[in-house]
Design a protein around this ligand. Structure first.
Ligand code: NOJ
Length: 548
């Protein structure tokens, strides 16, 4: 039995500033989050991923850090944070935080010192060039919002490298002092009690940037070093990385060629995310089957983190132009719904036309696929987006708790809120909120609670193998299974509107009494595998065998 907690986790991702405001200043804070831990506990999540918590000028929602050793004063104090860790632990909830060490804010004292003088001890902490690098118009992550990856600094009289926005100068990973500092930052937060890190922009952290060399070499050795350090300081700490790279490059992030998992424990499954969107858009299971087949074998202990929505745009850049066109046509047809020419800045409920059956289907599918599921706050109640807000802020609106003013998020004057609460219409807080749904056993929130509890009784999903069951089935119906020491789960999901039937009698010998543990409705004769019916947008999670 594996005791890797992360393989049985359900991760919930949230922005503290948009979650719950305890002191009425309009900005969510740590004490507000503490007050909502019972809600999260009841939902069944057991790991929180907090988007950046550090002091920051806030030009990239906290991903521009100006002090790695503190919490943003708008959120509270380090004391409040320690209390959060304690209260979360009391409820069996682990906390991981964003570790954003590819770059700092340009306001960080290290960068301010570095640019001020060639003699600064921090000069070599950043990446400089005396001349304008020829590749400075390449490798932009935010096309349209970013013009180049090297900018001229008038004080230093040098060009500095920034993979992301101009105000996010990259740290120089070649410098041993920088490497030591990153380890020290990790050790500090582990000492306080976090259970690990969501590591931002990992391929760029390990990039050994040379001016004029757009495809600079990557130092994977640093990931092994960091893993060793983190694990030594806290045995059960986890590194969950953002590395949206080509599939053949993924395994190196988990471990070296020896086959052991000695680097990152978990990676977000961006490849699957794009394919899931395509499959939902086309109502065709083929992209998921391809994804399951094409995924590289991971070293033991390596784990995927699955998601439908995160805090950014849905990145469709790994799809072909034709595939992307199909997804955009279905889920983001208007230009203002799209971002960076590659993505969609919407939440899932509006993308799926607020169709409750389809939403359940999509989330049942995500949570049953290999790995550890990650859920973005507000998705559990079917929140919408605010396309009047800039870029990715469209899906970072305050959590809708109740029908009270500001959706119960804050008692501040609405004009003082960190971002406006969605009000009025189909997705306004008056209609979509946690309190109404709490009182309704048929609500989406109640469904999420049931679904997550069911998943936690099915450790095969997180711990075991995930395989497509290749039986004749309509093109909208996916059959897959999860096997582990504890038993076998079988899953049938119908991505299309057409009801269908699949014959799974070939698996009959494996089950004494196959039974639905979660389904969109009561199906007749649940034990009859030769005629598994499933309604349009229906799903059935079937326990086949329990051995432990
Ligand atoms: C990836 C994060 O997900 C995104 O929100 C951020 O803007 C960039 N990294 C830069 O830190």
């Amino acid at each position: 039995m594996s005791d890797r907690w992360y393989s049985k986790a359900v991760v919930y991702c949230l922005d503290i500033d948009a979650f719950a405001d305890s002191d009425g200043d309009g900005c969510g804070d740590i004490r507000g989050l503490i007050g909502r831990l019972d809600y999260l506990s009841r939902l069944g999540v057991n790991c929180l991923w907090l988007n950046p918590i550090h002091p920051s000028p806030g030009k990239d929602d906290g991903y521009d850090v100006s002090d790695f050793y503190n919490v943003d004063p708008r959120f509270g104090t380090l004391g409040d944070f320690a209390e959060l860790l304690h209260q979360a632990a009391n409820r069996g909830i682990k906390v991981i935080i964003d570790l954003v060490v590819n770059h700092t804010s340009d306001q960080h004292p290290w960068f301010q010192s570095a640019r001020s003088s060639p003699d600064s001890p921090y000069r070599d902490w950043f990446v400089w060039s005396e001349t304008a690098p020829a590749d400075r118009k390449q490798g932009m992550v935010f096309p349209g919002e970013q013009d180049e990856t090297w900018s001229y600094d008038r004080t230093a009289k040098l060009w500095y490298y920034h993979r992301f926005y101009k105000f996010q100068p990259d740290l120089n990973i070649r410098n041993p002092a920088v490497r030591e500092e990153i380890k020290k930052i990790c050790a500090f937060w582990l000492q306080l009690g976090v259970s690990g890190f969501r590591m931002d922009a990992v391929p760029f952290i390990i990039e050994e940037t040379e001016p004029g060399t757009p495809a600079s070499p990557m130092d994977f050795g640093f990931l092994s070093e960091l893993r060793q350090h983190v694990q030594w300081r806290r045995g059960d700490a986890v590194l969950l990385a953002e590395a949206n790279v080509e599939p053949e490059k993924l395994v190196a992030f988990f471990g070296d060629e020896g086959g052991s998992s000695n680097r990152i424990h978990m990676l977000f499954d961006f490849m699957l995310n794009g394919r899931l969107m395509l499959a939902l858009a086309r109502q065709d299971t083929e992209p998921i089957i391809d994804a399951l087949r094409d995924t590289p074998q991971l070293p033991a202990g390596g784990q995927w983190a699955t998601f439908l929505r995160n805090h950014d745009e849905i990145d469709l850049s790994r799809l072909t132009a034709e595939q992307r066109k199909d997804v955009l046509a279905q889920f983001g047809p208007e230009e203002h719904m799209q971002l960076y020419g590659r993505g969609i800045r919407r939440r899932l409920a509006p993308m799926l036309g607020n169709d409750r059956r389809r939403l359940e289907l999509a989330y049942a599918l995500q949570f049953s696929l290999r790995g550890t599921p990650v859920l973005r706050y507000g998705e559990e109640i079917g929140m919408g987006e605010n396309l009047d807000l800039d870029g990715r802020y469209a899906i970072r609106t305050p959590m809708q708790w109740s029908h009270l003013p500001n959706g119960g998020f804050s008692s501040a004057d609405p004009k003082d809120l960190v971002r406006p609460v969605i009000s009025g219409g189909e997705y306004g807080y008056e209609k979509v909120n946690a309190t109404i749904q709490r009182h309704d056993p048929a609500s989406l929130l109640s469904w999420f609670e049931r679904m997550i509890r069911t998943l936690r009784e099915a450790p095969e999903v997180g711990d075991g193998s995930c395989t497509h069951v290749d039986v004749p089935a309509p093109r909208g119906i996916l059959v897959h299974r999860a096997d582990a020491d504890t038993g076998t789960m079988l899953f049938v999901h119908n991505l299309s509107t057409e009801a269908g039937v699949v014959d799974l009698s070939s698996l009959a010998g494996e089950a004494e009494f196959p039974n639905d543990v979660l389904a969109d409705q009561e199906y007749p004769e649940p034990g009859k595998l030769d005629k598994i019916q499933v309604e349009g947008y229906g799903y059935r999670w079937i326990r086949m065998r329990r051995t432990a």
